[in-house]
Design a binder for this molecule. Sequence first.
Ligand code: C5P
Length: 210
Amino acid sequence: MHLLITAGPTHEAIDPVRFISNRSSGKMGFALAEAAIAAGHEVTLIAGPVQLPTPEGVTRIDVTSAADMFDAVERTLNDHPIGCAILCAAVADFTPATTAGQKIKKTGKDKMTIELVPTKDILGSMRDPLGFNGTLVGFAAETTDVLTYASDKLTRKRCDFIVANDVSQPGIGFDSNDNAVTVLGKDGSQWSASGSKRDLATRVIATVAG
Ligand code: C5P
């Protein structure tokens, strides 16, 4: 099967030297890509700005912003028969309404406001308008009511599976080598496990693309 996997954060430019982003390291998405290759699948990995080597055998497309990531996902769906899409990236929900062409100066300002507008929800666009009919897997990184938000996301974004993790716990989740996840299926199936992102990735791939 050919898998599309998104990973890492996005950078939303304020001016040529500044951006808005988040703490995602990309480690979980890269571990999923590696596990999928190990299971004999083909992988196109669409990565935001991260400091990680490309796992062997993976086709990698580097992107910067949420808009770039949307375009790369759309192109990949058009170019390949994708059987399973795992959207693991921590895509920015908002982006600056305008990007300044030159570095913004602080001179003469005692306050500064940046207007933000919503980005396009890639996961929420997969079924419609992107027309993806394969197995759709979303991630839900939450700090409160993890399972409530995750099961809501499962139905609202028409996913087959949601991988939920509590990013409020120290030592797991963002920028860590370990994670603790609960995988919810639209058929009502559910399992939870904690451990290295590599081991969890193997189990997630077996569940969603086994
Ligand atoms: O709604 P929320 O952003 O918490 O959903 C998280 C899930 O949605 C993740 O799978 C993430 O990759 C995806 N997402 C996306 N495009 C966005 C925002 C989130 O694909 N603009």
